[in-house]
Design a protein around this ligand. Sequence first.
Ligand SMILES: [Zn+2]
Length: 273
Amino acid sequence: MPNTFTIGDLEVIAVSDGGVTFPAMAYFAGTTEEEWAAHARWADHDGKLTFPFGCFVVRSGDKRVLIDTGLGPITFGEYRGGALLGQLAEAGVQPADIDVVFLTHLHADHCGSAAIKVDGEMRPTFPNATYRWTSKEQEFWTGDDLPAGSFARKDIFAAVAPHFEAADGGASLAPGVDVYSMPGHTPGHAGVVLSSGDARAFILGDGISCPVQLEEPEWSGLGDVDPKLARRSQEALTREVEGTGALVGTSHFPGLTFGRVMTGEGRRYWQPV
Ligand SMILES: [Zn+2]
């Protein structure tokens, strides 16, 4: 069953489109077994990290915002996706119910179900939705000078282009659902901040990919386009939330649960709720 959370008057359903595993020391290149000894709880017995492809439906009044769409129905190396629509149906959400699709960034494991091939033609999966992400992200991924090795789903970008409307940092996606700029993983990467009354929660895409990074704030995982900027964005977010009670969740945290950033005994860590 999908995880559900309540943030004041907002409701969040967390579902996964699939997932991938990586050896921890390969994902965080340059890290050692000695370093991982203190962080064993984030890896399995084989020293592997499991990353779900998290997608979040936020209900704000009569609006539903879907944040990220997973990998979609393709196989890509060890990556497995395609579960999103079934998971949403199980949670009672139909594609036509979604008013806004917000993509934290345009990596293939986040935009993959935004459009799907039907009768040989790519079509928007969520027929009534406006598709939104930052203008910087749009500029980067639709340009011709992508870094070597980038995998751009231009077929998806083209299919949803008539429904695209940029949403930059601070933009409102629905009442209490706002874009939170967090660049570095990709140039226009952004999360979402949910606010209702005194309650706040952040859904951070790949702004932080594994909870171990709160304990080791210099570690950068595979796929960061600008690791230094990504870590600066992470530090700014961490300072904003630590000790406040605000909930933090990301696309790939284990179990797709939310947690709090805690400090104690001279260290910082993420504590799942
Ligand atoms: Zn990702």
